[in-house]
Design a protein around this ligand. Structure first.
Ligand code: 17E
Ligand code: FE2
Length: 419
């Protein structure tokens, strides 16, 4: 580990003009001062090189227990969510503690190399041995120096539709899961789905846990569990602690229903997580043409004042064979898929992988401000537009005043020999 930094100099910050110095003391930012001109970095100062510096990236939705298992024991050929769940059930039967800890740790290191310092992972608890959950609790401890990890007790095969589903969820919470999950659209019936949402909200409320439900990840416009989740969040005054993940069906709802729904969503103040690369791949599979994108109404939710963040969901697993840990790639695809390449959207787009993720994860001490933990990333570019165009990996990731990751600037143009 390197010496602690005293400052980061020559930094651009979103929403402020000019260059800034961020001073650091005892792992925390102490002051942000405007520079009149670029300065030479002194010993124990990091030179941001006039690039944009943002809070550390957040991966708000990933399945680390399944990461890096694509093709084992077979490939998902149809590309549907449902075949993915079948492939995963076969792979799940082969899990061991080391298998899960190795793949999860490898993936978290890849994320850290891309400036991610906060991760929420779903872990399948529809397994009587809870092997993956127990392994992930160890991973949470072993990787704490470089990642803050939240663990969701995720019932992949249902709470109502899997033997002892409720007991397994309760046991996962007892063992130390941070977040209560759910999957109402996969339960056998609508009643099971709605009952499971009401039950999981009570469980979370009783044990003072966060909530993150895989909600309506299907192109069926009749899949309306989001309204149940939002109504429960409102009733329990719990909205800022509840995230609705995927909500793909909202891309298929009619506008009249959405108009009614949005009134409730605003009142309940739920958080939203959208996984654009994943759902472009998994959804629309039962359509001929025109084919739906299968992505929730991201710009409309943002314009309604709700917090939406993007996540990767998968990294080379039974649902999605791609993924490289670079959230800028996810952001780029998401902005395309959601018709969000207007410049005013691009300028605010980094919020989708930083501040909005912090709201979804209910992080208490996030952001670049005096008194907050000195955690940030130095990006390759001066503006969000430049950063999106390049999608180059972070130049540095700083955690609690120490440099966690540093790499040389990529200059692809310099490698080109034009004749
Ligand atoms: N499980 C699920 O239900 N949905 C997904 N998108 C993934 C796992 C990756
Ligand atoms: Fe997911």
């Amino acid at each position: 580990m390197t010496e602690p930094l005293n400052a980061i100099v020559n930094a651009r910050l979103t929403g402020r003009d000019g260059l800034h110095s961020l001073t650091i003391n005892n792992d925390r930012f102490t002051e942000i001062t405007v520079q009149t001109s670029p300065v030479t970095a002194k010993a124990n100062e990091l030179d941001a090189g006039e690039n944009l510096v943002t809070p550390a990236f957040i991966e708000p939705h990933i399945h680390l227990d399944a990461a890096l298992t694509a093709g084992e024991p077979r490939w998902n050929q149809s590309g549907t969510l449902f075949e993915g769940i079948e492939c995963w059930a076969e792979r799940k039967a082969l899990l061991s503690h080391e298998d899960v800890t190795n793949r999860a740790t490898q993936t978290l290191k890849l994320f850290a190399a891309h400036g991610i310092q906060y991760v929420r992972t779903h872990v399948d608890v529809t397994d009587p041995s809870l092997t993956a959950l127990k392994a992930m609790l160890d991973v949470r401890e072993q990787t704490a120096s470089f990642i803050d990890l939240q663990i969701v007790a995720f019932p992949q095969e249902g709470i109502w539709s899997f033997p002892n589903g409720r007991e397994l969820m309760e046991e996962a919470i007892r063992l130390g899961a941070d977040v209560v999950g759910g999957i109402p659209h996969f339960e056998f019936t609508r009643d099971y789905g709605a009952d499971s949402v009401r039950w999981l909200m009570e469980l979370a409320h009783k044990h003072d846990r966060l909530v993150d439900v895989h909600c309506d990840e299907i192109d069926d416009p009749e899949s309306r569990f989001l309204e149940v989740l939002a109504a429960e969040a409102l009733r329990l005054d719990y909205g800022s602690r509840v995230a609705a993940s995927h909500t793909c069906a909202m891309g298929s709802y009619n506008d009249a229903y959405c108009s009614r729904l949005f009134r409730l969503l605003k009142k309940s103040n739920l958080r939203f997580l959208s996984m654009p690369t994943e759902n472009l791949h998994l959804q629309g599979r039962f359509d001929s043409y025109p084919k739906r994108r299968g992505i929730t109404r991201v710009p409309e939710l943002l314009d309604a004042g709700l917090k939406v963040a993007f996540g990767q969901d998968s990294i080379r697993d039974p649902w999605y064979p791609m993924g490289n840990g670079n959230l800028l790639r996810t952001l780029d695809v998401g902005l395309h898929a959601c018709h969000m390449l207007g410049m005013s959207r691009i300028e605010r787009s980094l919020e989708l992988i930083t501040d909005n993720g912090a709201a979804a994860l209910d992080l208490k001490e996030y952001g670049i401000a005096p008194g907050r933990p000195a955690r940030c990333v130095v990006l390759q570019g001066q503006t969000p537009y430049e950063i999106l165009l390049g999608q180059r990996p972070v130049l540095a990731s700083v955690r609690d005043g120490k440099v966690l990751v540093q790499r040389a600037a990529a200059q692809p143009e310099a490698d080109l020999i034009l004749t």
